[in-house]
Every structure is written in C-alpha cells, then in structure tokens.
Write a new protein. Structure first.
Length: 454
C-alpha cells in the first residue's frame, strides 16, 4: 500500500489530511515537526511526504533538503500559507514535486497526489519500459515485438518484389491497411500510386463507378467521363478493404480484372488494360462465405495467392507498451504539447483491457488522453471510460432467474467471487489483491474473514 507521511505543526491540518488520505486508501503517518518527521524517515520508507513550510525547530525547506539527501526517490509536496514565486523556485530547486497553499481545494490536492505517485511509478518502471522500446522493430508505419507480427514483417519483405495478389485477414482495427502500404513500399511499385477503397463503405450503385469509372451519359448525372480507381492506380497498388462486401455483379467484374488485366467503364465499349497489384482485406471468414455462396470461389482463390493473418491486439499484449509510447509521442507532436509519458497505473489498465477495436482503439484512447491531459503524464482517468472495466465485470454476473433472487446474498456471492479471483491472480498476495479491487488492506482482510476465504 502507498505510504504517505504528513508533517505539520497544526493538529487540525494533520487530522484533516489523515482522514482524507486514509479514505483514499493510503497508509498515513503524521508528525508535528520536521525533526520528528526526519527521524521517522530514517526508520521507515514513504512514497510521498506532505510537509508544512513554516514549522518550529526545522522549516519545510530544511526538512525537504534533508529528506532528499536521505531518500532521493521520496516525493515531497510543500503546504504553505505564504506562497511566493521565490519560495516556489527554491522549493523546486531543492527537489520538491510541487507546493499548495493551505486553503487548498481537497479535490485538487487529491489529484496532485495521484499525479505525483503516478510520476514516481513511471520513473521506477522507466528502465524496463525503455528496453521494450529498444527491442521493438519499426517497419514502415508499424512497430512491434510480437513474434507473429515480426513474421508478418519478414513475409512482407519477401513478397514485396513479387506481383502476387495478397489477402489480409484480421479483425477491424488490426492495421491491415498499414500492412498493405508496407507491401507496396517494399516493391518496385513503391513510387507509383497506392489507392485504397473500403468496399463496404460505398453504396452498391456508386461502388462500380468508383472502381471502374464511367462514360459521360451512361447514367443520370454522369455529365462527364470519369476514370475509376483501377485506372488511378495504374502501375501501382489498389487496396480493396472489406472485399467480402463486394456484391456479386462486381465480383464478376473484379474477376475479369484479375484474370485478364482488362475492364470496361460503365457505359464504355472499349477494354481498358491495367497493370496493378491487388491487395485485398477482410474481417470476415471468406472461406465460409464461399461455402455459403456469398463469395465467388474462383475470385477467392485468385485474390488469396498469399494470405496474411494479422493478430488482434489482445493476442499481442507485449506490443501495448511500445504502441502506447509511440502514439503518445505522435499525438504530443500533433497537438504541439510536451512529450507525454505514461503512468505505470495507466499502462497497467491498458494491459488489462481487451481492446475489441484493436490498435485503432488504442490509438484513439491515447489521442483523447493527450488532447485532454494538462500534465505531462498520461493518467488513468483520461484513458478508458469508467464503464469500460465495469461493463466487463458486470457482464460476468448471473442472469436473473425466473423465481427471483435474494439480492443481498447474490451481491455477497459476487463480491466473494471477485475477491477469490483477485487473490488467485495475485497468487495470494493480499496487498496486490487489494490494489486490484481498489480497497484498503484492512478492508480486504475484513472481507476475507467475513466470507471465510482460505
């Protein structure tokens, strides 16, 4: 449990802070002056110290300097009724994390303490986090350590020089277009056009014109000749995202392009030759769709010369830290902010989250956090929406039986189950289980005894 030392000669302030911080789940110790506080620091370790500036025997700045010599890693926040710019500068030079005035807002102080502790956690975890970044492989606009992703990078290098069609398989948000662009960039067509289209995002009556173009007068509002995307991509690559959404008539037309390298615009009478590499992608089970008659078998095999399966983010959790750092740096630049670091607790939340939206969802979360966060630390409250974790927990609750249920008994059973799972996850470490459940050690101990958990 996080340990905080409060040093203040005002008994009322000590009592207020002790009650407030204990309710927040911290272990709190109070001393009345700097000498006693320093003696306590010699005997015990603290994560953070709140100290008054003006005290008898030893003032706050002297106390701060002594604490930093004794325990450099301990964070110190000064509380003062005499805040001046000169005092603040001196306090920061001596190593204070920050300072607040004595008429502080309780919520602001809580937030400052959380931010300070997150900074401490970040520094303690920075070395392994940096090693994660150093071990990562950058490939095009992608970054990964996961073995499956590294195999994909290797495959892309091998097939870049070949004209073979590629089918990318994976859930939405896994980065299929990034892989497609990497294939394009590693081939002889790298300096030629890369054209992407989402086949499921355009109405059927417009999709044919987008892909193959049309002639003037071929349909209502066709006031001029219009080349399609296959012509725009000539010599380069066309990326057909969500190819499984193609309607049957367009599957026939696409098959002709694949087989004969020719097509006709809507309303056209001349065959247009085109030399493009086709990379397709889908989040569907195309084999199943072929069996069910929803996708042409001959087209499927023509597109699926080289299949590449992209894993969901939940299966490559070792990449979450480096992706998070990458996106934090990216959006800090975009928004013109100082580079954002990730707090240890925030990173822990991300590692636990299932990411149904995959890498795209992680990118969105970090962008929102950087946009909203005023500090240089990405904090937990600006990451996942509060309901995200709770919805996952609530989803595992029992359905309400027809005959009804004793609510108090059901809640107790559910609470006991969560505690048992937390203890199992932490291998019996009660302090870590308490952190997972966001309760104090004493509260967890009481509930373990109450529910007779062994």
């Amino acid at each position: 449990m996080t340990r905080i030392l409060v040093v203040d000669d005002d008994a009322g302030v000590r009592e207020l802070l002790e009650i407030m911080l204990t309710r927040e789940g911290y272990s709190v110790v109070c001393e009345a002056d700097g000498m006693k506080g320093l003696n306590r620091c010699r005997k015990e370790n603290f994560d953070l110290i709140l100290t008054d500036l003006k005290m008898p025997k030893m003032d706050g700045l002297e106390f701060l300097k002594s604490v930093k010599e004794l325990s450099p890693g301990t964070l110190v926040i000064l509380i003062t009724a005499y805040a001046t710019g000169e005092t603040a500068v001196r306090a920061m030079k001596e190593g204070a994390y920050d300072y607040v005035e004595k008429d502080f807002d309780v919520d602001d102080l809580k937030r400052l303490i959380r931010q300070a502790l997150d900074t401490k956690g970040l520094k303690e975890e920075q070395a392994p986090f940096q090693r994660d970044s150093d071990d990562a492989v950058h490939f095009g606009d992608m970054i990964a350590r996961n073995k499956d992703m590294l195999r994909i990078f290797s495959t892309v290098r091998k097939i870049g020089d070949t004209p073979a069609n590629v089918l990318l398989l994976g859930e939405s948000g896994t980065g299929k277009e990034l892989v497609a662009r990497a294939i394009h960039d590693h081939g002889p067509q790298a300096k030629l056009p890369f054209v992407a289209i989402n086949c499921g995002g355009i109405p059927e009556n417009l999709l044919e014109s987008e892909l193959f173009g049309h002639m003037k007068g071929s349909f209502t509002n066709a006031y001029f000749d219009k080349p399609g995307l296959f012509e725009a991509a000539r010599g380069g690559t066309i990326f057909l995202d969500e190819v499984g959404e193609l309607p049957p008539p367009l599957q026939v037309k696409l098959l002709r392009v694949v087989q004969e390298k020719t097509f006709r615009r809507i309303g056209g009478i001349e065959d247009i030759k085109v030399n493009v590499r086709i990379i397709s992608a889908t989040n569907q089970d195309l084999e199943k769709k072929v069996r069910e008659g929803g996708f042409r078998e001959d087209l499927y095999y023509r597109l699926n010369v080289i299949p590449i399966v992209i894993p969901p983010l939940r299966n490559r959790r070792e990449d979450i830290p480096i992706l998070t750092k990458h996106f934090a740096e990216k959006f800090s630049r975009i928004y013109g902010k100082e580079a954002r670091a990730i707090s240890a607790y925030a990173l822990g939340l991300l590692l636990e989250y299932p990411f149904p939206g995959n890498v795209r969802e992680l990118e969105n979360i970090i962008e929102r956090s950087v946009a909203l966060e005023a500090s240089t630390i990405v904090l937990p409250e600006n990451l996942l929406q509060p309901s995200s974790v709770l919805e996952r927990v609530g989803a595992s609750a029992l359905d309400l039986p027809e005959e009804g249920v004793d609510l108090n008994e059901a809640v107790s059973l559910f609470e006991k189950s969560l505690i048992e799972k937390a203890l199992q996850k932490t291998k019996g470490a009660k302090n870590k289980a308490a952190e997972l459940l966001k309760v104090t050690d004493d509260s967890l101990k009481y509930k373990i005894e109450k529910f007779e958990i062994v």
